[in-house]
Design a protein around this ligand. Structure first.
Ligand SMILES: Nc1ncnc2c1ncn2[C@@H]1O[C@H](COP(=O)(O)OP(=O)(O)OP(=O)(O)O)[C@@H](O)[C@H]1O
Ligand SMILES: [Mg+2]
Length: 409
């Protein structure tokens, strides 16, 4: 402090050395020409290089990097790759937490894959790429067979829960209900979803797959209006809704069931459903709508007067779906409904999702359980990777292996 205040020679020497060291780090990162630039004005990729360079300043033995590639385009990732490899070659130990698998494979010497808070496997990138356990985790394999489901749904015939939903006949063959055309979505100046086009049809389910961090939740945010679309257009029934706020889109029939069973735990099942009803229904129409929901989701009928917080995880997710149905949606966007649930209730839940088709709803379903969803719960499949659409096809012409291939890149 004192040498700094008095600007003593020892302070000035120290300062010169610090500036010199900073310039050296910038040179190391290929950023020396930008030493005088305002960091805030730099493009995202360059700013990320600067962040990593700053972590490297002072020559640490170990550098911890948390998702450095998030939101970067190919050029940005390439720059990062070069910098990380260079730091490794210069002797730094780098621990990299990252969603972008091709990026990890290109820079890592050793890879740990974690699942549910525990290390799953460790190996070279090549070993990981060919590891069956890793693929199973990515594809959400491991759900129980169908016959175990019946045991959990007390009071309701298993056949009733598990009967495949029919596709609403009146809507088959109609044009797409929701059309997203080259939509880009992100957070502030970070673009995550890039120029993605999808079409959702009434009475059909479109499965949206992609590994962690691919941009699935972000895309749902863009379609529901929670996140503004940076570029591109969204049409509902031929009308441009791109600039509409989320609540206006909801009023027009776009329902979003977010991850994590968002219900009112202190209220009863019935009260939750009442709250989800659209405004302006007569008393009779409201009662009829709730009866319809209970018909579609028999578990809710059984628990109608129970507090929502006392329901099992699976039943709470059913209530989240039932509440969405009570709102009378035309488009249902649903994010990982099976997340955190015992495998034994997953089939029941996917069947419940399929019931929306009977109402003529266009469903976009994000799920990690690729095999289960492809097994009769979706008509269309789209896959995101790195925020881009990498696959779009009929469910019948899409194999689990194809999805798997896009996951491990
Ligand atoms: N609020 C946020 N601010 C900044 N970046 C974000 C935010 N939310 C997500 N991201 C980034 O956007 C990218 C895509 O995230 P998103 O949640 O859409 O992925 P996802 O495909 O839904 O993944 P998961 O399977 O883990 O749910 C990730 O790199 C993530 O770090
Ligand atoms: Mg998500």
């Amino acid at each position: 402090m004192i040498p700094a205040l008095l600007r003593l020679p020892s302070f000035r020497r120290q300062r010169r050395e610090d500036v010199q060291a900073a310039l050296e780090v910038l040179r190391f990162a290929g950023l020396e020409d930008l030493a005088a630039a305002d960091a805030q004005s730099l493009p995202l990729g360059t700013r990320r290089l600067l962040e990593v360079a700053r972590a490297l300043a002072g020559a640490p033995g170990v550098v911890l990097l948390d998702e450095p590639a998030a939101g970067l385009d190919e050029a940005g990732i390439e720059g990062l790759q070069t910098l990380i490899s260079r730091a490794r070659d210069a002797g730094a130990t780098i621990v990299l937490v990252e969603h972008n698998v091709p990026f990890v494979m290109s820079v890592a010497d050793s890879v740990w894959v974690m699942n549910l808070g525990k290390p799953l496997v460790n190996g070279t990138p090549e070993e990981i790429r060919n590891n069956a356990a890793v693929l199973d985790v990515y594809l959400g394999r491991g759900a129980q067979p169908l016959d175990t489901v019946a045991k959990v749904a007390k009071g309701v015939a298993a056949e009733q829960l598990l009967a495949p939903a029919e596709v609403a006949p009146s809507t088959v063959g109609a044009g797409p209900l929701l059309v997203a055309d080259r939509v880009s979505v992100g957070y502030g100046d970070l673009t995550v979803v890039r120029e993605v086009s999808v079409e959702l049809n009434a009475g059909r389910t479109t499965a949206l797959f992609g590994r962690n961090g691919a941009g699935k939740t972000t895309l749902l945010g863009g379609l529901s209006g929670l996140l503004p679309a940076g570029t591109g257009t969204i049409h509902l029934d031929g009308r441009d809704i791109t600039s509409l706020k989320p609540w206006t889109r909801a009023a027009k029939g776009i329902a979003l069931v977010q991850e994590g069973k968002r219900i009112f735990r202190g209220l009863t099942v019935h009260e939750n459903l009442v709250l989800a009803l659209p405004r302006g229904l007569t008393r009779a129409a409201a009662a009829e709508r709730i009866d319809q929901v209970c018909d579609r989701f028999p578990v809710l009928a059984v628990r109608r007067n129970h507090r929502a917080g006392s329901l099992s995880g699976g039943q709470q997710q059913m209530l989240a779906l039932g509440s969405a149905l009570a709102a009378g949606p035309r488009v249902l966007l649903i994010d990982e409904p099976s997340s955190g649930l015992a495998p034994v209730v997953v089939q029941e839940l996917l069947t419940a999702v399929s019931r929306f088709k009977q109402e003529g709803v266009a469903v976009l379903l994000v799920e990690q359980l690729v095999e289960e969803v492809l097994n009769g719960h979706a008509e269309q499949v789209v896959v995101l990777d790195g925020g881009k659409l990498v696959h779009s096809a009929d469910a019948t012409s899409t194999s689990v292996d194809e999805i798997a291939a896009s996951y491990v890149g």
